[in-house]
Design a protein around this ligand. Structure first.
Ligand SMILES: Nc1ncnc2c1ncn2[C@@H]1O[C@H](COP(=O)(O)OP(=O)(O)OP(=O)(O)O)[C@@H](O)[C@H]1O
Ligand SMILES: [Mg+2]
Length: 438
């Protein structure tokens, strides 16, 4: 349903009046759901939510009358839906009179430009590149910690170039949310995964949704894609806390005085931060002006429960001059994307076979993860030792298994072995260390 505020009802009211006056046939109108805003000169202005409205109308066996500019968006709801997208009241009257028949709007695809920033630009940073690939392959959350200028933002911005395209069902979900938020420019849909990077000054309503019209927030606009929070500790603690629920349930609930709205929010969280306020803690040969407190105070701004939801945590050290000068380009995104896609297909096939709606290891139900990521004997010994020594929470234990499953999938290995668990645990250890500091 489109939000009930706004001027969506201008056009229905006007058409109702015209039907009463006999300018349009009332019985023909009753086969349509109508929405649109009316300008004073009789032209019909675009409104948000045309795509969900078209899907809703179709479910009731009706057609849709919507503004001309919203037509291409509504047409996505299906080829068999009767959609009229007039520019003006005259046009709709002429259509019903048969003097000027409106043609059905075309669903337009935005051919996603392939000029996304490419991983080939990044020198060195082998382990960060590996972590980014693992995160992309399994849909895992990732936190990058490092000094200023080490390339954290640069790495995050290159994630879209290695993520697989949206599947048709995902594309529709993403577009419905964008439509509700009035963000489908020209009604053109793209099969690129959303990549949302709100500034740390973003309000809580902007982040998780809300406001007068219960508009979807960044976390929902990132559904089926990436939410990138750069300078993580600079976000308000309340805003970060509000992310905990969507991260766990894949849904974002906005409670209003008289009703509640739930938007989908199955996201991959990518976050970046400096290790301390001055940014240099832990760098060789550097001493923080404020001593170790500089680091603990800064990292404590991120709550333990939020950190617990981040599967991969890596340190991104400064690149050495030697690496920057070294000629030649690093591996390009296309090659990495191919490995990511192969690993995703393995996951998809497995989850389909099990009859689970999830598409990635990160979102596979917890009850199933122990089964699909059951380690071999050597892996089990390692996992048991590590959990005891590091005091893993139950969530940490399952998250390690998820990452290990992804590492095995990248290896095209059916079984989760010691080597996969060792790498998965290493991504976890730095997170545990940070939680203890907090
Ligand atoms: N590995 C790298 N290879 C090539 N250029 C790099 C690399 N790392 C950093 N740079 C250069 O440094 C600039 C800053 O990088 P970036 O903004 O990603 O750093 P950052 O880690 O996000 O820093 P901050 O903590 O200050 O936000 C980049 O625009 C790029 O020119
Ligand atoms: Mg940055």
């Amino acid at each position: 349903m489109p939000p009930k505020e706004g001027s969506h009802y201008d056009l229905p009211i006007a058409l109702g009046l015209m039907a009463a006056l006999g300018a349009v046939p009332g019985d023909a109108l009753s086969a349509y759901v109508v929405l649109g805003e009316l300008s004073l000169d009789g032209t019909i202005a675009a409104v948000a939510g045309a795509l969900p409205a078209a899907i809703g109308a179709n479910a009731e066996g009706k057609g849709l009358i919507c503004p001309h500019a919203s037509g291409p968006e509504a047409a996505w709801a299906g080829a068999d839906i009767d959609i009229l997208a007039p520019r003006s009241l005259i046009a709709i009257a002429n259509h019903f009179r048969g003097t000027q028949v409106l043609s059905r709007p075309e669903a337009s695809v935005h051919v996603a430009a392939s000029n996304l920033p490419d991983l080939a630009d990044i020198k060195g940073q082998e382990s960060a590149r590996r972590a980014l690939e693992v995160a992309a392959a399994g849909g895992h959350n990732l936190l990058m910690v490092g000094p200023p200028g080490s390339g954290k933002s640069m790495l995050a911005q290159r994630l879209p170039s290695i993520l697989p395209r949206l599947q048709p069902k995902e594309l529709l979900e993403v577009s419905m949310i964008a439509s509700m938020a009035g963000e489908l420019a020209g009604g053109r849909l793209t099969d690129r995964r959303p990549f949302r990077a709100p500034h740390h000054s973003a309000s809580m309503a902007a982040l998780v949704g809300g406001g007068l019209r219960a508009r979807p927030g960044e976390v929902s606009l990132a559904h089926n894609g990436v939410l990138f929070l750069d300078e993580l500790p600079e976000f308000s603690p309340q805003a970060l806390d509000a992310l905990r629920q969507p991260l766990e349930t894949g849904e974002c609930v906005i409670a209003r005085a008289n009703h509640r709205v739930a938007y989908p929010a199955r996201i991959q969280l990518i976050a970046a931060m400096n290790p301390c306020r001055c940014g240099m803690a832990g760098e060789p040969g550097y001493r923080c002006a404020r001593g170790p407190r500089c680091q603990t105070d800064y990292q404590a701004r991120i709550s333990g429960p939020l950190l617990d939801r981040i599967d991969l945590r890596i340190e991104v050290p400064a690149v050495s001059a030697g690496e920057l000068i070294r000629p030649g380009r690093a591996e390009a995104s296309a090659a990495v994307a191919a490995r990511v896609l192969a690993a995703r297909e393995i996951q998809q096939e497995r989850l389909d076979r099990l009859g689970v709606a999830a598409t990635t290891n990160a979102h596979c139900p917890t009850a199933l993860i122990e089964e699909i990521a059951a380690p071999d004997a050597a892996g089990l010994t390692l996992l048991r030792d590590a959990s005891e020594k590091l005091g893993f929470s139950a969530r940490a234990y399952h998250r390690v298994l998820r990452v290990a499953r992804t590492l095995a999938d990248l290896d095209r290995s059916g079984t989760v072995g010691r080597i996969h668990l060792a790498e998965a645990i290493s991504y976890r250890i730095s997170a545990e260390r940070m939680a203890q500091a907090a």
